[in-house]
Design a protein around this ligand. Structure first.
Ligand code: GLC
Length: 425
């Protein structure tokens, strides 16, 4: 059973493997995505360590000179996706988008390094990646936290990885739709439009792209120029965890300067993170930096915060919060609270379950000693796969498979969950 599931998951990874990078799924997403790649490498590492390293190396080969690692790399032309390279117009040797995505690579590299059987290869690859990942982390604090608060903002919903979360709704009202060049969406021809963002949201996504493009993608200007500046606890948790893990890796490799700088960034951010705690919701919430107010929206972003080394009491409260969510759905963890009117069971990040997020929450809770909840979440991941295959995301009531199918990072998470428990046992 377990063996079959792992073999099926490997077949998904192989199917989406383009040699030096993996596409998230055929059709809907025909390029390399940033956090998809880092998380997918975790799956590869269980059966082909060299291939796992290549995945991350390819991603960092397209790092910008200022340190940013873009959210999409358009390795080959494919007009089945919008917005393509012509819309981004980032003037890179190989086209990329102009925004970033959750920086989970530091975590992934640390984990792959720690488990590697080919230690020499791992040391060589990790040593080469270390300064690049560190430069990306420093880029975040320099460009996305210009006031030095300790936490970074996203300037486009796509950066969060949670594209159409309810969290962005109010702030998104401030993003205009006038002046958006006419376009044709491609996502809705590959996936059910009912499960995707609305046309109105798409216009605003593109307005922001046009705005940043008009500023020549100069990251020293984009943060302050964006009407959309949100501090997302989930995103920051990923950055913090990657800084902590990078500090650990740097120590193992004798890179003491990187170790100290990484730890210092993480320490400051962990303290600042507590300003995002909501007693009312029993979880963290986002902060709208453009207006200086917390966003009272009970989404998974504030639960994913458990991926960072948060205080024990907060982790316990988050476990309790997830338990409360489970009273109103059949599978964990829904991307939005099912009891509020904005919840939309099958629409992308407004209700459905995403295995990668489950994995990170579970991993963080386990580190904090919340093992019962961590195991429950992993068990639900496997129930979803058994029932509905390797989908992009799932309905939390009926486990409906949604979005693209044969999805790379979903398959990678299955291998990671099953194999790491084998290793731990
Ligand atoms: C969607 C998701 C994003 C992911 C991408 C590729 O845009 O919201 O998180 O990286 O698809 O899978």
């Amino acid at each position: 059973m377990t063996h079959d599931m792992i073999e099926q998951a490997k077949a998904v990874l192989r199917r989406n493997d383009r040699g030096t990078y993996t596409v998230p799924t055929h059709g809907l997403y025909p390029f390399q995505w940033n956090w998809d790649s880092a998380l997918s490498a975790l799956g590869f590492a269980h059966f082909d360590e060299a291939r796992a390293w290549t995945e991350i190396e390819t991603l960092f080969a397209h790092q910008w000179d200022d340190g940013m690692v873009p959210h999409i790399i358009f390795h080959e032309l494919d007009d089945g996706y919008f917005p393509g390279p012509d819309v981004w117009a980032t003037a890179r040797p190989v086209s990329t988008s102009g925004i970033t995505q959750p920086p989970v690579a530091g975590f992934a590299v640390r984990r792959i390094f720690g488990r590697a059987t080919d230690k020499a290869l791992a040391a060589e690859k990790a040593r080469a990646l270390l300064p690049r990942i560190h430069a990306w982390h420093q880029w975040f604090f320099a460009n996305r936290d210009p006031q030095g608060t300790g936490l970074v903002a996203i300037i486009h919903p796509w950066e969060s990885g949670r594209d159409n979360s309810v969290d962005w709704d109010a702030a998104f009202e401030r993003v205009p739709t006038e002046g958006v060049e006419p376009f044709t969406r491609r996502d809705t021809s590959h996936a059910n439009p009912e499960h995707r963002p609305t046309d109105e949201q798409y216009k605003r996504y593109i307005w922001l792209v046009q705005k940043f493009r008009s500023l020549g993608w100069d990251n020293s200007e984009l943060h302050d120029a964006s009407p959309f500046r949100i501090v997302d606890p989930g995103f920051n948790a990923i950055l913090i965890r990657s800084c902590v893990d990078l500090a650990d890796l740097a120590t193992a490799l004798g890179e003491t300067r990187i170790a100290a700088q990484s730890q210092a960034m993480a320490d400051k951010a962990i303290v600042a993170m507590d300003t995002l705690w909501s007693d009312k919701r029993g979880q963290y919430v986002c902060y709208d930096r453009a207006i200086g107010a917390l966003i009272d929206s009970p989404s998974i972003g504030g639960i994913l915060a458990a991926f960072a080394p948060i205080p024990q009491a907060r982790a316990k409260a988050i476990s309790a919060r997830i338990d409360a969510l489970s009273q109103n759905c059949n599978y964990l963890v829904p991307s939005h609270d099912p009891t509020v009117p904005e919840f939309d069971a099958l629409r992308y990040w407004r209700g459905p379950i995403w295995l990668i997020v489950n994995y990170m929450i579970s991993d963080g809770l386990e580190r904090c000693g919340e093992t019962v909840m961590a195991d429950r979440i992993n068990a639900d991941c496997l129930r979803l796969i058994e029932k509905s295959g390797f989908a992009e995301y799932y309905g939390p009531m009926g486990a409906e498979p949604c979005g693209g199918d044969q999805f790379t990072w979903t398959a990678a998470m299955v291998i990671e969950i099953l194999k790491s428990h084998e290793i731990a046992a």
